[in-house]
Design a protein around this ligand. Structure first.
Ligand code: NAI
Length: 462
């Protein structure tokens, strides 16, 4: 039995990042992780492997779509699926080893196994019980189930199974037009799979700026994805040849079915807290299964903290990381803080979609007077040079003060471009501050500046 200042349960982006910061701040740290490798869902079966597949299939799509236009002639490459999956596994392996290295460097103990909390100040892993001043639950989330849909990770898969399909399916029904559905749907559509996305609501990517969502759907449709919106999935049955998805159209209550070789269920995730012993401890939970914490991430039990997908807020790796850093600082006697108003969201399709802050819909609802500065990538020379003129940057600024309240981008490298605006928002900048900043030419970033200019006297190239 060993004794620590803090034991983390879960080595995902929340837990492992927090552990490193806590160790850097002088605390003795252990992390409980039952998976064979560190990094959690994001690194092993989520963000990172999906980005590898998105990259490979994006290049494949480029060969079909744009190579000839640039004078690059010849047949498009054949896909060796096993090799592509191998590349994805390598990418994951390099990163999980990287975290192991960082654990050693920072003298963090990895307690291998699944942890539970028999009482405050104690963590049990296998037959060993470890004493600790503090415990941080960073156990993340798991795919939510859908009534009438049994996941077998072969024919009916979650994102986990979608990353390791034995072969490229001819057809796929994706249930849910959220982030996972559209990223993985894009991967398979580019590989030649006929992808149909069935979504309960009347628009894709709920919560996103409506104008961006509309443009996004149009572009994805052009790329070959089909959408059935306003359709509630009732159930899935499987047979030898694949699956049949039954859905009800909400507008007229009519029933229909769709056949596909594979069905991807991407209808959201829920906190993963089973087996920790939280109930026995009397930890207060919220109705949607999240752990209730105070402003310092502490539960109603002293010395027991929780961060990431297990508590409320967007289920994003970087939100968990920031909470991890904050809680480590709090445990070390400092003042950790997360600015929830400036957490970017990114969808890594082509084009990428990124957002931060308020949407127009939210501003209207809040009764805030705002102005819109918009600039199309069609007016950006660099974007046009790489066939990515579709999309735009939209900056929302306070009508009276010009302070930036939100930004929504669909276009090349949107996931990187958004951070200039995040920094500006952290500094309480106005759109004019962005507009007066010299931007290198020719870059995609100029579109951000032009959108900022459009909040004032007008964009130059529009
Ligand atoms: P999501 O919450 O983004 O989307 C789920 C979609 O399924 C919604 O549009 C919802 O209306 C729809 N839906 C629910 N029930 C349905 C039904 N019965 N029939 C038809 N449609 C139905 O969830 P998703 O895509 O599974 O992602 C889970 C979490 O993982 C999200 O919080 C997301 O932010 C995160 N994530 C983030 C990524 C990123 O940042 N790039 C990548 C992948 C996941």
């Amino acid at each position: 039995m060993a004794s620590f200042d803090v034991i983390y349960i879960g080595a995902g982006p929340g837990g492992y990042v927090s552990a490193i910061r806590a160790a850097q701040l002088g605390l003795s740290v252990a992390v409980v992780e039952g998976r064979e490798t560190l990094g959690g869902t994001c690194l092993n079966i989520g963000c990172i492997p999906s980005k590898a597949l998105l990259h490979a299939t994006h290049l494949l799509h480029e060969t079909h779509e744009n190579f000839e236009k640039m004078g690059l002639m010849g047949a498009a490459p054949k896909v060796d699926w096993a090799k592509m999956l191998g590349y994805k596994t390598d990418v994951v392996g390099q990163n999980t080893k990287g975290i192991e290295f960082l654990f050693k460097k920072n003298k963090i103990t990895w307690l291998k196994g699944w942890g539970s909390i028999p009482e405050a100040g104690k963590v049990k892993v296998g037959n060993d019980t470890h004493e600790t001043k503090n415990i941080v639950v960073a156990t993340g989330s798991e795919a939510s189930s859908l009534p009438g849909v049994a996941v077998d990770e072969v024919t009916v898969v979650t994102s986990t199974g979608a990353l390791t399909l034995p072969k490229i399916p001819k057809s796929m029904v994706v249930i849910g037009a959220g982030v996972i559905g559209l990223e993985m749907g894009s991967v398979y559509a580019r590989l030649g799979t006929q992808v149909t996305v069935v979504e309960y609501l009347d628009a894709i990517t709920p919560g996103m700026d409506a104008e961006v969502a509309k443009t996004f759907q149009r572009i994805l449709t052009k790329q070959g994805l089909k959408f059935i919106l306003g359709a509630a999935v009732q159930g899935v049955t499987t047979g030898k040849k694949g699956a049949s998805v039954a859905y009800k159209l909400r507008k007229d209550n009519s029933d229909a079915t769709l056949e596909a070789e594979v069905v991807l269920v991407a209808t959201g995730r829920k906190p993963y807290t089973a087996g920790l012993g939280l109930e026995g401890l009397g930890v207060e939970m919220l109705p949607r299964g999240q752990i209730k914490v105070d402003a310092h991430y502490q539960t109603n039990i002293k010395g027991l903290y929780a961060i990431g997908d297990a508590i409320p807020g967007p289920m994003l790796a970087h939100k968990a990381e920031d909470e991890g850093v904050a809680v480590a600082e709090i445990l070390a006697g400092k003042y950790g803080h997360v600015n929830y108003g400036v957490i970017p969201g990114v969808i890594y399709t082509t084009p990428e979609v990124a957002n931060v802050g308020m949407t127009e819909e939210q501003l209207k609802e809040a009764g805030v007077a705002y102005k819109v500065g918009k600039f199309p990538f069609m007016g950006n020379a660099r974007a046009k040079a790489v066939f990515q003129g579709d999309g735009f940057v939209k900056i929302l600024a306070d009508q009276a003060t010009d302070r930036i309240l939100g930004a929504h981008i669909i276009g090349p490298m949107a996931g990187d471009l958004i951070h200039e605006i995040c920094v500006a928002m952290e500094f309480g900048a106005s759109a004019q501050d962005l507009a007066m900043t010299c931007h290198a030419h020719p870059t995609y970033s100029e579109a951000v500046r032009e959108a900022a200019l459009a909040c004032g006297d007008g964009a130059i190239h529009a």
